[in-house]
Design a protein around this ligand. Structure first.
Ligand code: SF4
Length: 447
């Protein structure tokens, strides 16, 4: 469990030398307890204290990496039960199930389709994270050939699913450079799979009839050298599975029970009566507390809501996603183009940008730094006022970009007009309250 500031303080040198940038060791300890600074900022901490502090600071749920490179799935490292306590760390991976008995053309087609499940939303890339290849044929050669095909295709990461340890090992051996997750080990085959994954440093999914059985298997696998594990909850169907996911998270975080301190993988299709229920199940698992969710649906309309929801869950609730304070150009604006401002809250900014783009009127958008707050919230909190806007105009060199001195402001803050005009000397035009009216405004009202 996490150490308190006082407990950390007792392990520090207590010289108040300030080399860490804090006035006292106690102040540094308090920040360290809240994970706001790194221990490495204190150059004088003893090796012994370092080991104790690093051990205590290790996340209660270990990391498991599936795949390689920056698009690899990182599951685990979570430290809280609820998002209001702190942010969730690693967005759950979403992988699409394919079977190895598809013929070559069908497999290629599905892989191509999965590769296209990729969008840009509020300036961030959201996409399906890979493929879970199921050994439906039961044949080792077929599974291996399909695994090679999948690993060499557009799917970013691979989960290999088979109940047959030999088939899993044969397929994993062929694509081990792409670091697949082997799904999975159980009480009957764990020795063989544990030895293989331990030797090749590959992640291994572990299942059992109950959580107790899984908790007995993970230490044995650890002894075989398997460092990265993923737990397959024993429950069948969404209710049981949710119960187990919650139990696992609580045991790992509240009780620091290391044998279950691993991320999880669930199959959203189990127990789902239809596609809609599968989407709902997957949404529930993404929220609480799956590390990887497998789906056997892959149409864009089925997947996009899940990716959007995941993106929202895994943002930092204490730090809204934001764009830089900057003068953005939409199209190819010139010295006569309209200029409007909005805040640097990503959702607000990209809503405005999307509508300006749709209007096809080349424009400038001034994103004012409001620490990522939306227009009304920023205005109410005095982060958006005539001074912050004037400062943004000066900082972005807007005056040199246009000949006119007309600024379109969000309709929601029409009340700012007078003071803003006085502060900036610009003529203030009150724009629409809703971003969706921007195209009409730019085409019909802007002059
Ligand atoms: S650098 Fe280390 S010893 Fe110095 S004040 Fe900071 S915590 Fe204390």
């Amino acid at each position: 469990m996490a150490l308190t500031g006082i407990a950390i303080y007792k392990l520090l040198p207590k010289t108040n030398c300030k080399k860490c940038g804090f006035p006292t060791c106690l102040a540094f300890a308090m920040q360290l307890a809240q994970k706001k600074v790194e221990l490495s900022k204190c150059p004088d901490v003893s090796e012994e204290a370092k080991q104790m502090l690093e051990g205590a600071a290790a996340p209660p749920i270990k990391l498991a990496t599936v795949g390689v490179g920056e698009d690899a799935i990182k599951a685990g490292e979570e430290t809280v039960l609820f998002r209001h306590e702190d942010k969730f760390t690693n967005p759950c991976g979403i992988v699409i199930k394919l079977t190895d008995n598809l013929d070559e053309a069908a497999l290629n087609e599905r892989l191509e389709q999965i590769g296209k499940l990729h969008w840009t939303r509020v300036g961030m890339e959201i996409f399906v994270n890979g493929v879970a290849l199921v050994n439906a044929s039961g044949d080792a050669g077929t599974f291996k050939a399909a695994a090679q095909k999948v690993a060499g295709g557009p799917a970013k990461n691979v989960v290999l699913v088979s109940e047959n340890a030999d088939n899993l090992i044969a397929a994993a051996e062929a694509i081990k450079d792409s670091r697949p997750l082997l799904h999975g080990a159980n009480k009957d085959n764990f020795q063989k799979l544990g030895e293989f994954c331990g030797k090749n440093k590959l992640p291994l999914a572990v299942s059992g009839e109950s959580l107790e059985e899984i908790a007995e298997l993970t230490p044995k696998l650890k002894e075989l050298g398997v460092d990265e594990m993923v737990i397959v909850p024993a429950g069948k169907g969404v209710k049981e599975c949710m119960h187990e996911l919650t139990k696992l998270r609580r045991m790992a975080i509240k009780k620091a029970f290391r044998p279950v301190g691993y991320p999880t993988i669930v199959d959203a299709s189990v127990g789902a009566a239809d596609e809609l229920e599968q989407i709902a199940n997957a949404g529930i698992y993404a929220a609480k507390y799956a590390g990887i969710v497998m789906l056997d649906i892959s149409e864009a309309w089925q997947v996009l809501p899940l990716l959007t929801m995941r993106q929202n869950i895994y943002t930092n609730p204490q730090k809204p996603i934001q764009v830089d304070q900057k003068l953005y150009e939409v199209g190819e604006p010139d010295e006569n183009s309209p200029v409007m401002f909005t805040t640097n809250f990503s959702l607000t900014y990209f809503s405005v940008e999307g509508e300006v783009e749709a209007s096809r009127v080349p424009s400038y958008i001034l994103a004012v730094d409001t620490e990522g707050l939306s227009v009304l919230t920023a205005y109410s909190g005095d982060k958006l006022n005539e001074k912050t806007v004037a400062k943004a105009i000066a900082a972005t060199g807007l005056e040199g970009k246009v000949k006119h001195r007309k600024l379109i402001i969000p309709g929601l803050v029409a009340v700012m007009s007078g003071k803003l005009e006085e502060e900036t000397g610009w003529e203030i035009l009150v724009g629409p309250k809703e971003a969706s009216y921007i195209p009409k405004y730019l085409k019909e009202i802007w002059k």
